[in-house]
Design a protein around this ligand. Structure first.
Ligand code: HEM
Length: 541
């Protein structure tokens, strides 16, 4: 048989003329098959995009879509709609399309299988104003700029070495707060405010060694808290200008105006910190402590590392001013990081005061692990298994970000058989998934024991798609390592050092209020009573 015959239907160019042509021929054949298969799948994908339907969703009214029916409590509205429309639905709000995902398997498709496609953000008007033009980590889209900032943040500040190195600073702020509480026995305490004061000072000490001091400092935190609460509500607000960009100039609800004023206040809070770092100037509100340990191997604080660093700050080919980039990251850390954590301190304390039997078990564990002759240290935290389960259960019922931060696909794609158009906004409805009775037994009960049965099943890593209070994938919380240290440390310290009671006549409720961070609607107030063996413990630095 001739070699031409052996080629059969293959065209002449594919025929092996010599025996040792077999390998190139086989390679070429495989290449053609691979190209054909890839072309087939790419055509199929394109066909799927064009033929896959949009998810179901409520009908709205012409022009406005579902906007008139949305209300202000988005998390509750989104949960109610999930009951009707199932695992995925769409909402047309003015000119914008929103997709809400309500099942773990579809959440996985987004944060794991198609994470790269869904790694962009589409910040609204308030987000852009509040974060120096979306130059922070939370709201900038996937780009070298975002990657550089996130890498710097995670490697320099959030590494175990850095966090271990500045434990002394966190400890010092907690001890100072416990000492202040001890000096005012029987005085009702606003738990959210107290937690925020401790956390802001912890974070500022780690960033640049300065803290808010004295009565003036406390008054500042009180104002800071009000401004940040407003900021979070504005970030999460349904703003007509976002849904109808052509009307944005009218700023019909005044969101833009209010955010500008809030942002101005925050800028005047942040700018002095940067001035201190760049020019060495300081003011009497922020005190810098000489000779304090610094948070990393180079013994520099974060602000100086950032300022000294050669970092590529190009965003879409235009360079971003370093001062602006730094202020934007400070917004994420000083505001984003502290407000979320303080909110969770308040939720955990509220659940414990509501469920006295759970509180008793926490106190028993603290007494066993730490002992009444000692203060809590960070090394105790991994041993506090029950308290950790309590924290997880509070995150399940009251996730600070029940819708995470919406993601935007950079190309049209298919999720769960439905078309998700490029540029739409995708919410992962974790608040709903965390209470889904198909996943959780008696979901509305506060029962930390569910997390003790198999502790490795649920953590904050975002690998279990039924439980993701910190998100998942490449956009998951960049501050998790710090939150995992600060939150249990503050809680364990408050609970171990004091017995907490509600003031007489105080009505405890667990109502929440929607915003970018979902907080308790009514502040939690409680009275501390020292419970450790010796007064000196409270005075120890
Ligand atoms: C209890 C405390 C906290 C909670 C519940 C929380 C929650 C979250 C959530 C849900 C996201 C969005 C994740 C996603 O879209 O998949 C996020 C993002 C982020 N968080 Fe946190 N967070 C906390 C503490 C912190 C702290 C302490 C910091 C900083 C020190 C921080 C910095 C960030 C940043 C920078 C991002 C944006 C990540 C990105 O888009 O690349 N967070 N956080």
């Amino acid at each position: 048989m001739s070699s031409a015959d052996s080629g059969g239907a293959w065209p002449w160019s594919w025929l092996a003329k010599e025996a040792n042509d077999a390998i190139p021929r086989a390679t070429a054949t495989l290449l053609v098959i691979a190209i054909a298969v890839l072309t087939f799948f790419s055509l199929l994908r394109r066909r799927n995009h064009t033929t896959a339907p949009l998810p179901p969703g409520p009908r709205g009214v012409p022009f406005f879509g579902y906007l008139p029916f949305l209300g202000t409590d988005l998390h509750r509205k989104f949960a109610a709609l999930a009951e009707t429309y199932g695992p995925i639905y769409k909402l047309q709000l003015g000119s914008k399309l929103y997709i809400v995902v309500n099942s773990p398997s579809l959440a996985k498709e987004i944060v794991r299988d198609q994470d790269m496609t869904f790694a962009n953000r589409d910040p609204n008007i308030a987000d852009v104003i509040g974060t120096y033009g979306a130059r922070d980590i939370v709201f900038s889209s996937q780009s070298p700029y975002w990657r550089n900032l996130r890498k710097l943040f995670v490697r320099q500040l959030m590494s175990n070495t850095s966090l271990d190195a500045c434990y002394g600073l966190r400890r010092q702020e907690v001890r100072k707060a416990l000492c202040d509480l001890y000096r005012k026995p029987g005085v009702p305490v606003d738990i959210g405010e107290l937690a925020l004061l401790i956390l802001v000072n912890m974070v500022m000490a780690m960033l640049w060694g300065g803290t808010l001091q004295g009565d003036k400092g406390e008054a500042m935190v009180s104002e800071f808290r009000k401004v940040v609460a407003k900021y979070m509500v504005l970030l999460g607000s349904a703003n007509v200008s976002d849904f109808f960009p052509a009307l944005a100039w009218l700023d019909l609800q005044g969101v833009e105006r209010e955010m500008k004023s809030v942002h101005q206040w925050l800028d005047s809070f942040i700018q002095p910190i940067i001035d201190w770092a760049t020019k060495g100037t300081t003011n009497d509100l922020f005190k810098q402590k000489e000779g304090e340990p610094k948070c990393n191997e180079q013994k520099k604080d974060f602000l100086h590392i950032f300022l000294d660093m050669e970092i590529n700050l190009e965003d879409n080919q235009s360079p971003v001013d370093k001062n602006v980039a730094l202020k934007a990251i400070l917004v994420d850390i000083v505001i984003g990081g502290t407000d979320t954590t303080a909110t969770m301190v308040e939720w955990v304390m509220a659940e414990l005061l509501q469920n006295r039997n759970v509180m008793d078990k926490v106190i028993h564990e603290l007494t066993e692990v730490v002992g009444e002759d000692e203060m809590v240290e960070e090394h105790h935290l991994p041993k506090l298994k029950y308290l950790n389960a309590v924290i997880k259960e509070a995150f399940r019922l009251h996730p600070a970000g029940p819708l995470l931060v919406p993601r935007t696909p950079n190309a049209s794609c298919v999720v769960g058989g439905y078309l998700i158009p490029k540029g739409s906004n995708v919410f992962l409805n974790m608040g709903y998934i965390h209470r889904d009775p198909k996943i959780w037994d008696k979901p509305s009960e506060f029962r930390p024991e569910r997390f003790l049965e198999d502790p490795s099943k649920y953590d904050f890593s975002g690998n279990n798609f039924t439980y993701m209070p910190f998100g998942s994938g490449r956009r998951m919380c960049a501050g998790l390592a710090l939150a995992e240290r600060m939150l249990p440390y503050v809680l364990a310290s408050l609970l171990h050092s004091f017995e907490w009671k509600l003031p007489p006549g105080f009505e405890l409720d667990l109502l929440d209020k929607f915003g970018f961070v979902v907080k308790k609607m009514n502040p939690l107030v409680a009275i501390p009573r020292p419970r450790l063996s010796a007064p000196e413990l409270y005075m120890s630095g």
